[in-house]
Design a protein around this ligand. Structure first.
Ligand code: V47
Ligand code: SF4
Length: 367
């Protein structure tokens, strides 16, 4: 049904197109070759064709809001513009359970379907505190999907509780946790990880926590922080580790490349990559991550216009309405200083790129 794209590329690149058309799986060398030698337009064409094959013209989004319990953090990732160390906690914020429940109550009567809870790793907010928070939210609004805590937060709270990953995640699930967001993955290569976020959970721990969550029936997302000091080889290694885990568990819903933004952090001397590079990265991800159904362009991070362009480079999901409830990216210099989109805006954005916006729930069922 789909024809090879004759665009005058080298025999090696043509072999990649042939492999995809035959239903084969790209290997790491193929991905590297695309990063290094393919034109963005050519990879984009292949990725768009693949996106259309899987999802047609659909552009998924959901109605969600974020809660960021605190920006006080025991860790000191050099790319982070948002956290404050515990010794400077008076410069940060820390919400009580009641204040967070009030944030949820502010959406009473509004058609949101998901709350996304992620923050810094505060030494005094423990597993019991967060289980209690989730129980409060579920009691107040049982139908609201709770997507909460990166593997970095989980590693700290479960380790401090003296539990195994399985025991800790089971407690959270029994309290009402529905899924995990994909944050904290950064780059799995140990040398780069050590350089940019050496004191937080290891790559192995990140993968173990997500694998255990999947085994317990808790789905999750996966991210990759790109465009800083990593090489293409590191990106391919990162995606390969995620693809291997997905082969075993099938628990990842979406892959979310996160573009490094360089304002107000210890890596401000590292230049940001171009939009062309962002688009090419989405396209390679779509083609290489053949077992993760959705590729998400997180628009608060890259801006609405780039997110719209990304719909032609393999992306099928735009995340959500957000409602100006997250500060992580605005503090790092992202275009959207008060990120919020109405469903009408999302529909228009999709239509202008020949897509059809479809509201989904957190498990990608159409609403
Ligand atoms: O892990 C922090 C990233 C992540 C910067 O699962 C930065 O649906 C770029 O994971 N430049 C947390 N990125 C957020 C996250 C996320 C976001 C949206 C949706 C989902 C999902 C997950 O934010 C961190 C880190 O990789 N980050 N600082 C920065 N300066
Ligand atoms: Fe803390 Fe997360 Fe920021 Fe790292 S990225 S310093 S873990 S809040």
């Amino acid at each position: 049904m789909y024809e090879a794209i004759d665009s005058g590329v080298s025999a090696e690149l043509q072999a990649i197109d042939d492999k995809i058309l035959e239903g084969g799986r790209l290997d790491g060398d193929d991905a590297l070759l695309m990063y290094e030698n393919a034109s963005p337009a050519w990879v984009g064409m292949l990725a768009h064709r693949e996106k259309i094959r899987r999802h047609g013209e659909r552009v998924f989004y959901n109605r969600n809001f974020h809660i960021e319990p605190t920006n006080v953090c025991v860790f000191a990732c050099s790319f982070c513009s948002y956290s404050r160390l515990y010794k400077h906690r008076e410069e940060g914020w820390e919400l009580s359970r009641e204040e967070m429940l009030n944030l949820v109550k502010a959406y009473d009567g509004k058609p949101v379907t998901e709350v996304h809870i992620v923050g810094g790793v505060h030494p005094r907010l423990d597993l019991e505190f967060f289980c209690g928070l989730i129980r409060d939210i579920r009691k107040h609004r049982p139908g609201l999907h709770v997507k909460a805590f990166t593997a970095v937060e989980l590693e700290y709270m479960i380790r401090k509780a003296g539990l195994s990953w399985k025991e800790g995640l089971k407690r959270l699930k029994d309290s009402g946790l529905d899924s995990l967001p994909g944050g904290g993955a950064e780059i799995f290569d140990p040398v780069v990880r050590d350089e940019i976020c050496g004191d937080k959970c290891t790559s192995e721990q990140w993968l173990e926590i997500h694998g255990t969550a999947h085994d317990l029936g808790i789905p999750s997302n996966a991210t990759m922080l790109y465009g800083h000091i990593e090489t293409y080889t590191h990106r391919v290694d990162h995606m390969n580790r995620l693809r291997d885990l997905q082969d075993r568990t099938g628990g990842f819903n979406a892959f979310i490349p996160l573009k490094f933004r360089n304002r107000n952090n210890d890596m401000s001397d590292v230049a940001e990559v171009t939009v062309i590079e962002d688009l090419k990265n989405y396209a390679v991800a779509r083609l290489f991550m053949d077992n993760i159904p959705h590729i998400k362009a997180y628009w608060p991070m890259i801006g609405k216009q780039t997110a719209q362009l990304a719909l032609g480079w393999g992306v099928d999901d735009l995340d959500g309405t957000i409602d100006d409830s997250t500060k992580i990216y605005s503090m790092a210099g992202a275009e959207e200083q008060h990120p919020a989109m109405t469903t009408e805006e999302i529909s228009l954005l999709a239509r202008q790129s020949r897509g059809e916006a479809m509201e989904r729930d957190s498990l990608y069922r159409l609403v």
